[in-house]
Design a protein around this ligand. Structure first.
Ligand code: FAD
Length: 439
C-alpha cells in the first residue's frame, strides 16, 4: 500500500514529522532501524532532556553552524523555527500533559527532568493520530518510480513501503550506539543531493600530551564563565564563552564544545585559568601587589589566595618548571608575566592548550556537515532537486550550540517538513485521506 508520507528515522525530527503530517490529514509511517525509536532523545541532557531554551527566536539564529557562508544556517532555519518555535514546543508538551520548565540559564527541560516523558508524549500522539511507527527496519535505498518513493532494505527486494512523499530524518553520524548510521547521506546523494562531508561537532578536544601532562590530575575541575579564544597560526579566529571542563585528555564543557566545530588539530585554545581576572596587564599588576604583600608564600599558595583552583595552581607551577617550594618573591619577572597571561582573559590572555585532535564519532553530540542547504527550500524543506522529497533534523548541514538548540531544530524542521509533505501529498496523492486522521 502507498502512504502519503513515509518518514525515514524515528528520532525527534522524524517522529514530529510523522505526527505533524497526520495532523494535516496525511497517512504517515515512520521507519526506524533500532528496536525502539528516539534513543538519542532519551539520552539528551544526560537523560533530563534539554529540549530547547527560552527567549526570542531571533536570538537562536546565531547559534547554528553550517552552510557555505557565516550565518547561512541560521537564515535557513528561520522559517522552520518561526513556524514551530520554542514557545510552540512548550505549549505542545503542556497541552498533552507534559509541562516544561526553564532553569536559571534559560535551558528548558521537562518538569519531571525525564527526557523519556517527552518521547512518551510523541509516541502517544503518534498512536492517537494513527501514525505507524515500524521499528527494526533499516532502509538502504530509495527508488523513485512514477512519482512514488519505493523504500528498500536491500537492492533487489520488494519495497517495505511506498510513499507519495518521503521525509529523510535519519540524523547524523555521531553516537552510532544511539542509532546513527550515515545511511541518510548515501540515500540523499543517490537522489542527486550534495552532502557536505560530515564531521564531529560539540566534541571534546584532546590536547598535546606534553603540554597537558601537568593538568591531568585536574580532570573533573570546571571553570565557570570562561572567555576562551581559538588561535590558528598565531591569529585569534574565534571566541567562546561558558564553562570549561578539564578531562583526562584535554578540554570539554559548553564553551569548548560550542567552539569545537571550528577547531583543527594544530590550533591552540587559550583558556583563562582565573575567569573574571581582567586582561594580562591588570592581572600582572594584581599579581605584583599580591607578591609584595605575601612574598613568603609558595607560588601555588599565592595563586590559591587569589582564587585559582588548587589543582590548576599546582599545574601552572609545573608547566612553568617551577620548583613547588618556590616562594612568590623569588619568581623571575618573565615567569610572573607568563603566570599573569595564563590567568588573564582578552588580548594575549589565557593559558595556551595546543590541540592534538578533536574527539571522534563516539563522543560528538552532533554532526557538522550534511545535506547542502542550497539544494533545499527553507520555506518547505522540500528538495529543489527531487519533488516530494523533504529533509528534517540533523541530516541537514546544520549544527547547533549546546543548550537545547539542536533538539529545537529537530522539532521545528520535523514539524515543517511533515506539514509540507502532507500538503504536497494532499495535492498530488491518489490515496484517499482517512477522516480519523483529521484534526
Ligand atoms: C549524548 C547526547 C546528548 C544530547 N543532548 C542534547 C540536549 O540536551 N539538547 C539538545 O538540543 N540536543 C542534544 N543532543 C543532540 C540531539 O539529540 C540531536 O541533535 C537530535 O536527536 C537530532 O534529531 P534527529 O531526529 O535529526 O536525529 P536522531 O535523533 O539521530 O534520529 C535519527 C533516527 O534515524 C534512525 N536511522 C538511522 N539510519 C536509519 C536507517 N537507515 N533506516 C531507518 N532508521 C535509521 C536512527 O536510529 C535514529 O533513531 C544530544 C546528542 C547526544 C548524542
Amino acid at each position: 500500500m502507498a502512504w502519503d508520507v513515509v518518514v525515514l528515522g524515528g528520532g525527534p525530527a522524524g517522529l514530529f514529522a510523522g505526527v505533524t503530517a497526520a495532523e494535516e490529514g496525511a497517512r504517515s509511517i515512520v521507519l526506524e532501524h533500532l528496536p525502539s525509536p528516539g534513543r538519542k532523545l532519551l539520552a539528551a541532557g544526560g537523560g533530563q532532556g534539554n529540549l530547547t531554551r527560552s527567549g526570542e527566536i531571533a536570538d537562536f539564529l546565531p547559534h547554528y553552524g553550517g552552510g557555505a557562508r557565516p550565518g547561512e544556517a541560521g537564515r535557513f532555519l528561520r522559517p522552520a523555527l518561526y513556524a514551530f518555535s520554542n514557545r510552540d514546543l512548550v505549549t505542545w508538551c503542556a497541552r498533552r500533559g507534559g509541562p516544561l520548565v526553564e532553569d536559571p540559564d534559560g535551558r528548558v527541560f521537562p518538569r519531571s527532568r525525564r527526557a523519556g516523558d517527552v518521547l512518551d508524549l510523541l509516541l502517544a500522539e503518534a498512536r492517537r493520530r494513527r501514525v505507524q511507527v515500524r521499528t527494526g527496519v533499516r532502509v538502504r535505498s530509495i527508488r523513485v518510480e512514477r512519482l512514488r518513493f519505493a523504500v528498500l532494505t536491500a537492492p533487489n527486494e520488494r519495497p517495505v513501503a511506498e510513499g507519495t512523499t518521503l521525509v529523510l530524518a535519519t540524523g547524523g553520524r555521531s553516537y552510532p550506539s544511539l542509532g546513527a548510521t550515515g545511511d541518510g547521506y548515501r540515500i540523499a546523494s543517490s537522489l542527486g543531493h550534495r552532502v557536505v562531508p560530515p564531521r564531529p561537532a560539540l566534541v571534546p578536544l584532546v590536547v598535546e600530551r606534553r603540554s597537558f601532562a601537568p593538568f591531568v590530575p585536574c580532570a573533573g575541575v570546571s571553570l565557570t564563565g570562561a572567555a576562551v579564544v581559538l588561535v590558528r597560526a598565531g591569529r585569534a579566529i574565534a571566541t567562546g564563552h561558558g564553562d570549561v571542563l578539564f578531562t583526562h585528555r584535554g578540554l570539554s564543557g559548553p564553551a569548548i564544545l560550542d567552539l569545537s566545530r571550528r577547531v583543527l588539530p594544530g590550533d591552540v585554545v587559550r583558556v583563562p585559568l582565573l575567569p573574571g581576572s581582567g586582561d594580562v596587564h591588570a592581572t600582572e599588576a594584581r599579581l605584583g601587589a599580591e607578591i609584595a604583600a605575601h612574598g613568603k608564600r609558595t607560588v601555588a599558595n599565592l595563586l590559591q589566595g587569589i582564587g585559582v583552583v588548587a589543582c590548576l595552581a599546582r599545574a601552572l607551577g609545573t608547566s612553568l618548571d617551577l620548583d613547588p617550594a618556590t616562594k612568590a618573591a623569588e619568581l623571575p619577572r618573565d615567569a610572573r608575566r607568563a603566570l599573569a597571561a595564563s590567568l588573564a582573559a582578552g588580548g594575549d590572555g589565557g593559558h595556551p592548550f595546543p590541540v592534538r585532535s578533536v574527539g571522534g564519532w563516539n563522543e560528538a553530540m552532533v554532526t557538522a556537515g550534511g545535506v547542502a542547504l542550497a539544494e533545499v527550500d527553507p520555506k518547505s524543506l522540500e528538495s529543489r532537486i527531487v519533488p516530494g522529497l523533504f529533509f528534517a533534523g540533523e541530516i541537514l548541514d546544520v549544527d547547533g550550540d549546546t543548550g537545547g538548540y539542536n533538539l529545537q531544530a529537530a522539532f521545528s524542521t520535523g514539524s515543517l517538513a511533515g506539514r509540507s509533505a502532507a500538503q504536497r501529498a494532499g495535492g498530488r496523492s491518489d490515496v484517499p485521506h482517512r477522516g480519523t486522521n483529521k484534526l
